[in-house]
Design a protein around this ligand. Structure first.
Ligand code: PEP
Ligand code: MG
Length: 306
């Protein structure tokens, strides 16, 4: 099986009926990026930057972050690297952030909410990212968005940082992409408006499932209820993909369900352009995509059963 998959390393990810898909990697460190390269990733679909902050007493400096982001970009020449800004809340141990205990951390001050209420911390990360942008094809991704205001405030901070960098004579690229996670029902419901503000959507089915079905993703006793195949979840995904398309915004899926063999044809039929998966799953997903005939899958109704 390993040999069979290894042959797919340099093969394109294309369905039998000719739809081109990008199969990229979910990573949390430079070590993961290396594994992604070995497995033929067509880019990084999700770099979870949380790892830089976890278990530390001091927040990572701009310089430290810059070095890591630059390295991720340099290891993926010519390929897109999507780096997600800090996505942490009170459920995680990050002594450097001084997070207060919360009764309901999944619905608390986390991710973009936490970042916007701690602008110094957020700006340090955004500056490091902008400085790294000259070393490759960078895409910035904002987690857990629920409102347009969050996007506007983030963009305003970025503009401020660019002015500072200009004044300091520090270079940054202007062709980086900017996207939001679609991982709350609110984001999917306002995706028509969000699409006018961004270059791409990244659907996080892990959280979208949790928040849509009111089912804690970490509660094992509820695993029977926790289903990304639920029509309510897939309806929201479809809404985002279609609203995006109308505005020329492409959509990727980076939740665990991007590896679900029953959902891959469903997502691709909707028009999802990218599947981002754990590095060891890349070749397996590529094999599944290459075996798919979407025209036939639609006729068989295999993309409608959810
Ligand atoms: C998701 O929510 O689907 C996602 C990809 O992000 P994370 O698993 O890091 O919350
Ligand atoms: Mg998430």
């Amino acid at each position: 099986a390993c040999k069979r998959l290894a042959k797919l390393r340099d093969q394109p990810s294309i369905t039998k009926d000719g739809m081109r898909v990008e199969i990229t990697a979910n990573v949390g460190s430079i070590g993961d990026v290396e594994i992604a390269v070995k497995n033929g990733a067509e880019g990084i679909g999700l770099f979870r930057s949380e790892g830089l902050y976890l278990g530390r007493n001091e927040v990572p400096t701009e310089g430290e972050q810059f070095v890591i982001y630059r390295e991720a970009l340099e290891r993926m020449p010519g390929k897109r690297v999507i780096i997600r800004t800090l996505d942490l809340g009170a459920d995680k141990r990050a002594p450097c952030l001084g997070l207060l205990r919360e009764d309901n951390p999944a619905m608390g001050s986390r991710a973009i909410r936490y970042c916007l209420s701690h602008p110094a911390l957020f700006c340090t990360q955004l500056r490091a990212l902008l400085r790294a942008s000259v070393y490759g094809h960078l895409a910035l991704l904002i987690p857990m968005v629920t409102s347009l205001e969050e996007v506007h405030r983030t963009k305003a901070l970025i503009e401020e940082i660019k002015r500072d960098l200009d004044n300091e004579g520090i270079p940054y690229a202007n062709n980086y992409e900017f996207g939001v996670m679609i991982e709350t029902p609110a984001a999917a419901m306002i995706s028509d408006r969000l699409a006018q503000e961004v270059d791409f959507f990244s659907v996080g089915t892990n959280d979208l499932t949790q928040y849509t079905l009111a089912t804690d993703r970490t509660n094992r006793s509820l695993s029977a209820l926790y289903s990304p195949r639920h029509p309510a979840v897939l309806g929201l995904v479809r809404m985002a993909v279609e609203n995006g398309r109308r505005h020329g915004v492409w959509t990727g899926v980076c939740g665990e369900s991007a590896t679900d063999p029953d959902l891959i044809p469903v997502f691709l039929s909707m028009g999802v352009a990218e599947l981002s998966v754990a590095p060891p799953a890349i070749l397996d997903v590529r094999e599944k995509v290459r075996a798919l005939d979407l025209t036939k899958a639609r006729l068989d109704g295999r993309t409608k059963g959810f």
